[in-house]
Design a binder for this molecule. Structure first.
Ligand code: S3P
Length: 431
């Protein structure tokens, strides 16, 4: 593949300050909410990753005016009733968040739409969203009874539901809440394990009257959202790669500012603390719609740990890089209750275990996670990213501690969430 990279770092250390790019989940939602709301929504700190650009592209095809100037985005809309029926298929690329949240949004319009994405999206389960939406009256067709893209949606009047989530998924929760905006009655979503709550926070920011208590979200349909300003913090899931790099690369000290530390996302901070990382987290403003912090991390002596239960949804996207971290910790790290990893951009249990084994890690897959014994000195190898940005970045961080070069087959996919990833690695190497 054209974007194969050979990474050969000799005794590197990482030092300096970086500002990681905007949060992917919040960037998607800022465009979606801006398109649903009445008026001009302004966004700063937007992530110019491929996934978020797919969301912008879909809304442009619905006739919404969106201007992008650097990381500032303006969305001008007169509300959902003014959207146009698109003549083309809406292409969601590699983005599960775009596909699943759009399914909820589009179900309550008056429009016929068709959505499809890339090969990875074509394998990801959509019934987990389509089924509750069908309970609301949505008309959704797709391969295997709506399980897979391409999906065709005939918008219709929806009815509110009271839904207990079978899996911890912010994408499913958000799709139902966004459909609930147009539904008759009060939509209620109940979570056993709380997933990321950016949708709930943003609904409030856009003026909705919504109640959240003890894992139960409820709000009345028919509320009109009003345009506002959204300040997107840095993505903790991107910062995660440098939190781990700072901890495992010798003689390193990395400072990251403006990192989003929403408690539903900050599980990695808890795990690093538990493993003994040399890290300082200074929260900037806890009262902001999305809290942020400056995080400093230095080379650390780490102990293995167990990662399980309700912390899993709080760090689900960080598990590939936490697995690499665990190869450098003393003792055993057990990751369990994480079967959701199998339905991410690729099967991340298989991908992580296969690729880290190539580097000499002592790691085995389990049904719902993995077990890692450390510490192990890693060696070079030829790795596959499986077109998954987070597997590609895990391999690139491993190259900083491997004793010989690491080749990664497809690194273009890293642009899905972190287009400036290698610039940041290089800037930290120079100091
Ligand atoms: C996301 C939710 C999570 C996460 C994904 C982004 C979101 O997925 O893994 O990267 O923005 O709502 P699930 O809802 O499938 O857990």
């Amino acid at each position: 593949m054209s974007s194969t990279k050979v990474l050969n770092y000799r005794n590197p250390s990482l030092n300096g300050t970086i500002t990681v790019p905007g949060d992917k989940s919040i960037s998607h939602r800022s465009v979606m909410f801006g398109a649903i709301a009445n008026g001009k929504t302004t966004v700063s700190g937007f992530l110019l990753g491929e996934d978020c650009l797919s969301t912008i592209d879909c809304f442009r095809k619905l006739g919404v005016e969106i201007n992008v100037e650097g990381t500032n985005v303006t969305i001008t809309s007169e509300g959902m009733d003014q959207w146009q029926e698109p003549k083309e298929v809406l292409y969601t690329g590699n983005s599960g968040t775009t596909t699943r949240l759009m399914l909820g949004i589009l179900s309550g319009t008056k429009l016929h739409t068709v959505m499809t994405g890339d090969a990875s999206i074509g394998k990801r389960p959509m019934r987990r969203v389509a089924d509750p939406l069908r309970l609301m009256g949505a008309s959704i067709a797709g391969r295997e009874n709506g399980q897979f893209t391409p999906l065709a949606i005939q918008g219709t009047q929806l009815q509110a539901i009271d839904y207990t989530m079978p899996v911890a998924s912010a994408q499913v929760k958000s799709a139902i809440l966004l459909a609930g905006l147009r539904a008759e009655g009060t939509t209620i979503v109940r979570e056993k394990e709380v997933s990321r709550d950016h949708t709930e926070r943003m609904l409030k920011q856009f003026g909705a009257d919504i109640h959240v208590e003890n894992g139960v979200v409820s709000f009345k349909g028919g509320q009109q959202l009003e345009a506002t300003h959204v300040n997107v913090p840095g993505d903790i899931s991107s910062a995660a790669f440098f939190l781990v790099a700072g901890a495992i690369v010798p003689n390193s000290k990395i400072v990251m500012n403006n990192v989003g530390v929403n408690p539903t996302r900050s599980g990695i901070v808890d795990v690093l603390e538990k493993m003994g990382a040399n890290m300082v987290v200074t929260v900037d403003d806890e009262s902001a719609a999305e809290p942020t912090a400056t995080i400093t991390i230095q080379t650390s002596e780490l102990q293995g740990t167990t990662i399980e239960g309700d912390i899993i949804p709080r760090l689900i996207d960080e598990i590939p890089i936490l697995a690499l971290l665990a190869t450098q910790a003393t003792g055993t790290t057990i990751i369990r209750d994480a079967e959701e990893l199998k339905v991410k951009e690729t099967d991340r249990i298989t991908a992580v275990v296969t690729e880290l084994k190539k580097l000499g890690a002592n790691i085995e897959a389990t049904d719902d996670g993995m077990i890692i014994h450390g510490p192990t000195k890693l060696q070079g190898a030829s790795l596959q990213s499986y077109g998954d940005h987070r597997i590609g970045m895990m391999g690139a961080i491993a190259a900083l501690i491997a004793d010989s070069p690491i080749e990664i087959d497809d690194t273009d996919c890293i642009a899905v969430s972190y287009p400036t990833f290698f610039e940041h690695v290089n800037s930290l190497l120079e100091n």
